[in-house]
Design a protein around this ligand. Structure first.
Ligand SMILES: Cc1ncc(COP(=O)(O)OP(=O)(O)O)c(N)n1
Ligand code: TZP
Length: 524
């Protein structure tokens, strides 16, 4: 019978990477105690005789813990010790030959660096594919083959949902980026989920392989748990949504979160003042050196690409990574993403490095991120009436990026991939001042911070950040648009500039009665 394999925590060995003084078999046994679920023996320069000896002693320990062993590349060694199977790469024995030699009862894994290789492995009867390299690694020279989580996700999406083939990712995976990997790679549309992650150095190079394996195992289990309960505790009707939005807005002054903003030079001042008006505290820190020290203290980070420079991009990469690491909500405003190829590349690079909690943009920006050309961009503005089917657009981007998507416009659409609402608040004067969209990003970041700080959701381990950020995004949009409606009616507002000041004033005076009376939310 073919061995059933749990691929969750897949250890690929490397005797050359053991810390000084650490014995190979001792390290292996500790990692099995920590929760490794499958082992691959990978020996690149060992002679056949020694290889068989090491394989046999590796198998003896794996058997003790009932964990299957696979052999990298060497079908003869796998046959010699009668282990569970092999892993072959693209330049090793072809899958058809490996199958002929090993028979149907052995497990065969194949490396896949692109969609074609993955589909060939699937159609050729591989049991699993090792997708990578996801990130850069010191363990092997993979410089030409780094695909990021979007590359791995596109491979998952291309597989036949009915195929029994299993999938793991490999390359640069550590406990500190594991949630980002799981979030970034899972392909909800195709109902195909990663079966596990394969690591070398995270476990092998650790002085405490038991703990390293146990950290990975714990994170994978809690991610899967949080997936199951994702949708959702809060009641889902318009009254409950507005009530929750008010709870979040009302809690801002009490929580007084620090909102870090990598803003643009045009609207930074309004963004900082809006943060204060809402009851939070702004910090506009956009250099690399600030990120590590600042990140543990912030409530949320807003990254706005409005006037992005090479230098600011580096800070965005680093700040976003720390936010994922420290589970801080990360709000991404891809300003004018479709306007130039530099911006498109920058946006893609940022999304390859970290996972946003919320993406907020106008129709042209959301369209450019989604690879759609239906709505054109003119500088930072969206041209025309928007998408024919905006709900589908926001929903599919939310599913693809596994985050909340806010598409602003005359009507705003907010989706978490399952739930989508339309908000029809705001005022035409918002279109006559610069930066109203950027300030909306500020309000969303502020509300996400509060949602994170006040959530009762205890299952935090498997999430990139705690809290219901769908509700927080709705709260942020409602706060700003209702403040704008109230401001527009004031006697002292005589045009865009007086409106701008009145708008910020009204953000500081929002109350429950107005929010409930004026909010115009529709479930779609
Ligand atoms: C699980 C898993 N995935 C991919 C690889 C890479 O295998 P390969 O392409 O054969 O490269 P080498 O390991 O031989 O350098 C793997 N080993 N395991
Ligand atoms: C064998 C292999 N194949 C692609 S990346 C890689 C090495 C992964 O090592 P690490 O987990 O230390 O980054």
């Amino acid at each position: 019978m073919k061995t059933e394999i749990d691929y969750s925590v897949y250890l690929v060995t490397a005797r050359g990477l053991l810390p000084e003084g650490k014995d190979y078999l001792e390290s292996l046994e500790e990692s099995l105690q920590g929760g490794v679920t499958v082992v691959q023996l990978r020996e690149k320069t060992t002679d056949t005789g020694e290889f068989i000896q090491v394989a046999q002693s590796t198998k003896d320990i794996c058997d003790k813990y009932n964990v299957p062993l696979l052999i990298n590349d060497r079908i003869d060694v796998a046959l010699a010790i009668d282990c569970a199977g092999v892993h072959v790469g693209q330049s090793d024995a072809p899958l058809s030959i490996a199958r002929k030699l090993l028979g149907d009862e052995k497990v065969i894994g194949v490396s896949a660096g692109n969609i074609e290789q993955a589909i060939n492995a699937q159609n050729g009867g591989a049991d699993y594919i090792g997708i990578g390299a996801v990130y850069g690694t010191q363990t092997k020279d993979v410089t030409n083959k780094i695909m990021g989580t979007p590359g791995a996700r596109s491979i998952l999406a291309a597989l036949d949902p009915q195929s029994p083939i299993k999938t793991v990712v490999i390359g640069g995976i550590k406990s500190e980026n594991l949630l980002r990997v799981l979030n970034g790679v899972h392909e909800k549309d195709t109902k195909r989920y990663l079966d596990g992650v394969a690591v070398v150095s995270e476990i092998v190079s650790s002085k405490n392989p038991r703990e390293a394996a146990s950290n990975l195992s714990h994170l994978i289990k809690s991610f899967r748990e949080s997936e199951k309960i994702k949708y959702h505790s809060a009641s889902y009707d318009v009254d409950s949504i507005v009530q929750e939005a008010w709870r979040i807005i009302n809690a801002i002054p009490e929580q007084h979160p620090l909102i870090q903003q990598m803003a643009n030079i045009v609207t930074a001042n309004d963004q900082a003042n809006a943060t204060l008006a809402l009851g939070a505290s702004p910090v506009m820190a956009a250099v690399v050196g600030d990120q590590k020290d600042l990140n543990p203290h912030i409530g949320a980070l807003l990254i706005n690409m409005g006037t992005v420079s090479e230098e600011q991009k580096q800070a965005m990469l680093v700040g976003g990574r720390y936010s994922n690491l420290n589970k801080k909500p990360l709000i991404f405003d891809p300003v004018a993403l479709g306007a130039t190829s530099f911006r498109k590349q920058t946006g893609q690079e940022l999304l390859n490095h970290w996972a946003p909690t919320v993406i907020k943009g106008n129709a042209a920006e959301i369209g450019a991120l989604s690879g759609l050309t239906e709505v054109a961009t003119k500088g930072v503005d969206s041209v025309g009436p928007g998408f024919k089917n905006p709900v589908t657009v926001v929903k599919s981007l939310a599913n693809r990026e596994r985050c909340i998507v806010v598409m602003t416009g005359k009507d705003d659409y907010i989706s978490d991939g399952e739930r989508t609402v339309k908000i029809s608040n705001g005022h035409s004067l918002l279109g006559q001042i610069t930066g109203s969209g950027c300030v909306t990003g500020t309000a969303i970041a502020t509300c996400c911070a509060v949602s994170s700080m006040t959530t009762e959701d205890m299952n935090e381990d498997g999430k990139l950040s705690r809290g219901d950020h769908f509700m927080a995004a709705i709260a942020g949009v409602l706060a700003l648009e209702i403040a704008a409606e109230i401001a527009s009616k004031r006697d002292d507002v005589r045009g865009p500039n007086t409106f701008r000041s009145a708008w910020i004033d009204e953000m500081s005076k929002l109350n429950e009665i107005n929010l409930k009376k004026l909010s115009c939310v529709t479930l779609t």
